[in-house]
Design a protein around this ligand. Structure first.
Ligand code: COS
Length: 421
C-alpha cells in the first residue's frame, strides 16, 4: 500500500526504495485493475508490458553499460514482489526476462551481451528460458534436445516443454545436448531467436494460475543457427550455466511468492475489518487475529530470506546455491499456506471466482513447482548441509557411539583437559 513504512525498510537503500516505489505505482495503476480480466481470458497483457517499459522497469537487473537499470537481484526481487501483490502472473511475466537473460549476463561473450542485452533491457525484446522437456524436469541433465556443433552452424532438433513467456518472447536461451558421449560436458546453451528457421512455438498450455503469461512447447526441426549463438562461445558448459542461472533466479520466484502472499493477506485484512458476524467485524475474533498474525509473520520471515539471498548474490558471495534454494523453498511453501488461509478468511466468498482472493492461491501454487520443485530445493539444501558437516567434526566428541560406555553426563563430570599452549 502506498505510503506504508516498515522499520525494515531502513535496510533498503534509496535506490532500492525508488525501484520499489516505481513498481508499486505500475502495480496499483495498471496491473491490479486488469488482473482479473487477463486471468479470465488467459492472454498476454501487452498493455501492462508497455507500462513496465514506459516506467523504465524492464531490465532493472541489467548493468547500465548494457542499457539496463544497473540494479541487482535485490532490486529485481523488490519489483517482482510489488507486481505479484497485484497479480502473480504479471510478477512472473516480468521475472522470466531475468531468468532468460541471466545466462547471457553470467556466461555470454562480450559480443553476445552487446547484441542482446540492450534490447532486453528496454523491453523491445522479451526473453524466455528453455530447459525443461517432457522427459526432463527435475533431472535437468537428462535432456534429449540435440545440438550438432559445426564450424559455422549449429543444428538443433528436439522439443521443450513448459517454456514460460514462449510465443511472446523474442529471445530463447535453450539448453541442448551437444555431446551425448560425455557425462560432465554434455550440455550447451544456445541463443535462439523468434523466426529462426526450423524453430516453432507449439501447444499453449491451459493453466491453473499465472494465466496471463503463456507457457508453451518449443519445437526444433533441423533448426540451423550461426555457430556464434552458442552461449559463451564454447560448448560443454551448459549444465553449469543452467545451475548458476537458477541460483540467481530462485530468489525472484521467492519474491513472487512473497508478493502473492502479501497481496492475499492485504485483501484479507481489509475484508476481516469489513465483514460483520455476530454483530462485529470478524477481525475482532481471536482465531481470526491469530491467523492474520501468523500470515504476516511468515511473510516477513520469507521476505527477509529473499532479501538476504538476493544481497548475497549482489555482493558476489560464494556458495549462494543453498541460500537461494532456501529462500525459494521457504517463501513458496509459505505462500501456498498463506494464500490458502486468506481464502479461508473470506469464507464462502473466498472460494468464488468473482472475489479476488482465490487467484492468489492458484498463482502461488506454481511457485512450489517451477525453477526447481521444492523437492529439488530440499535435495540442494540437504546436500549442502551434509557436505558442510565436515566443519562440524569437533561435535563428534559430544555424541556417544552406541557401543561407547560414556554418557554425556560422565563426560561433564570428567576433568577438563588443560588448553594447549
Ligand atoms: N552452480 C554451479 N555448478 C553447479 C551447481 C551450481 N549451483 N550445481 C551443480 N553444479 C555442477 C556440479 O559441481 C557438478 O560439476 P562437476 O561435474 O564438475 O563436478 C555438475 O554441475 C553436476 O552437479 P550434480 O551432480 O549436483 O547434478 P545432478 O544431476 O545431481 O542434479 C539437481 C542436481 C537435481 C540439483 C539439478 O538437476 C537441478 O537443479 N534440477 C532442477 C532443475 C530445475 O530447476 N528445473 C526447472 C527449470 S526452470 S522451469
Amino acid at each position: 500500500m502506498a505510503g506504508r513504512r516498515w522499520p525494515l525498510d531502513e535496510l533498503l537503500t534509496e535506490t532500492n526504495r525508488a525501484w520499489r516505489a516505481r513498481a508499486r505505482e505500475v502495480a496499483e495503476k495498471v496491473v491490479r485493475p486488469k488482473a482479473a480480466h487477463y486471468d479470465r481470458v488467459q492472454e498476454y497483457p501487452w498493455e501492462i508490458k508497455d507500462a513496465l517499459c514506459a516506467s523504465g522497469l524492464m531490465g532493472v537487473w541489467i548493468p547500465a553499460e548494457y542499457g539496463g537499470g544497473g540494479g541487482g537481484v535485490l532490486d529485481l526481487c523488490l519489483v517482482v514482489e510489488e507486481l505479484s501483490k497485484a497479480c502473480g502472473g504479471v510478477g512472473v511475466l516480468y521475472a522470466v526476462n531475468a531468468l532468460g537473460s541471466f545466462p547471457l549476463l553470467l556466461a555470454g561473450t562480450e559480443e553476445q551481451k552487446r547484441h542482446y542485452l540492450p534490447e532486453i533491457a528496454s523491453g523491445r525484446r522479451l526473453c524466455a528460458f528453455g530447459l525443461s522437456e517432457r522427459g526432463a524436469g527435475s533431472d535437468a541433465g537428462g535432456l534429449a534436445t540435440r545440438c550438432e556443433v559445426g564450424a559455422s552452424e549449429l543444428i538443433i532438433n528436439g522439443d521443450k516443454k513448459w517454456t514460460t513467456n514462449g510465443g511472446a518472447a523474442d529471445i530463447y536461451t535453450v539448453f541442448t545436448v551437444s555431446d551425448p558421449t560425455s557425462m560432465s560436458r554434455r550440455l550447451s546453451a544456445v541463443l535462439i531467436e523468434k523466426g529462426d528457421p526450423g524453430f516453432a512455438i507449439g501447444r499453449t498450455e491451459d493453466k491453473m494460475g499465472i494465466r496471463c503469461v503463456p507457457v508453451v512447447e518449443l519445437h526444433f526441426r533441423d533448426c540451423r543457427v550461426p555457430a556464434d549463438r552458442i552461449l559463451g562461445g564454447r560448448p560443454g558448459v551448459g549444465f553449469k550455466h543452467a545451475m548458476m542461472t537458477l541460483d540467481r533466479a530462485r530468489p525472484g520466484v521467492a519474491a513472487q511468492a512473497v508478493g502473492c502472499a502479501q497481496g492475499a493477506t492485504d485483501l484479507a485484512v481489509v475484508y476481516c475489518n469489513q465483514r460483520q458476524q455476530f454483530g462485529q467485524p470478524i477481525s475482532g475474533f481471536q482465531m481470526v487475529q491469530g491467523m492474520l498474525a501468523d500470515m504476516s509473520t511468515q511473510i516477513e520471515a520469507a521476505r527477509q530470506l529473499v532479501h538476504a539471498s538476493a544481497r548475497a548474490l549482489d555482493l558476489g558471495a560464494k556458495d549462494v546455491t543453498r541460500m537461494a534454494a532456501q529462500a525459494k523453498l521457504f517463501a513458496t511453501d509459505m505462500a501456498m499456506k498463506v494464500t490458502t488461509d486468506a481464502v479461508q478468511l473470506f469464507g464462502g466468498y473466498g472460494y468464488m471466482r468473482d472475489y479476488p482472493v482465490e487467484k492468489y492461491m492458484r498463482d502461488a501454487k506454481i511457485t512450489q513447482i517451477y525453477e526447481g520443485t521444492n523437492q529439488v530445493q530440499r535435495i540442494v539444501v540437504a546436500r549442502s548441509i551434509i557436505k558442510q558437516a565436515a566443519s562440524l567434526e569437533h561435535l563428534k566428541a559430544y555424541i556417544p557411539l552406541p557401543d561407547h560406555p560414556n554418557t554425556l553426563a560422565d563426560r561433564a563430570r570428567a576433568p577438563v583437559a588443560p588448553a594447549q599452549a
